[in-house]
Design a binder for this molecule. Structure first.
Ligand code: ZN
Length: 170
């Protein structure tokens, strides 16, 4: 088990759709263990394989304070989602940005565990939101893509101001 470095935007891996897992082998088990280790080391609530530079459809969640609610979803597939809400999100791959995203807050998901056994679960609230955020990563989507146009413009203006300040300082 090991902590892996987390890729940050604009790394191209974060924009590449991940591939379905077909081999439920020792290497997949290692990936799952490393994702869980990295998630707890970072103090996050969810992490996807592309964020650690692995192109497989694997997501882990842990919304507990003490690592007691670790959930693994291999090849997750959202069967249904309802109850839209506006949630404040951030992302380990997009440091320093927080923004409001519209998400479903009740989700039924079908997936497999690390050994390939089928899993079907109903998630609600932050757990549902977090799962959808992580599944977006598997499709090359970042939460900043889902921000309102006004929020995107504000972020762009802030980045521009930072780069202008950097130029002055140089
Ligand atoms: Zn993220």
């Amino acid at each position: 088990m090991a902590r892996r470095p987390i890729l940050e935007m604009p790394h191209p891996r974060l924009r590449s759709p991940a591939a379905p897992v077909t081999a439920f082998d020792a290497d997949l088990k290692r990936l799952v263990d490393d994702l869980l280790d990295t998630l707890s080391a970072e103090g996050g609530i969810g992490l996807s394989a592309p964020q650690v530079d692995d192109g497989r459809r694997v997501v882990v969640l842990d919304l507990s304070e003490d690592g007691s609610d670790r959930q693994v979803f291999v090849n997750p597939d959202v069967v249904s989602k309802t109850a839209l809400g506006i949630v404040e999100e951030s992302c380990l791959s997009v440091p320093g940005v927080v923004g409001n995203v519209v998400r479903a807050t009740e989700v039924r998901v079908r997936a497999q565990d690390a050994s390939g056994a089928p899993v079907e679960r109903d998630l609600s609230g932050m757990e549902a939101v977090c799962l959808l955020h992580e599944i977006d990563h598997l499709d090359g989507i970042l939460f900043v893509d889902r921000l309102s146009i006004f929020h995107k413009l504000r972020l762009r203006a802030a980045a521009l101001a930072r780069s202008l300040r950097g130029r002055d300082a140089a």
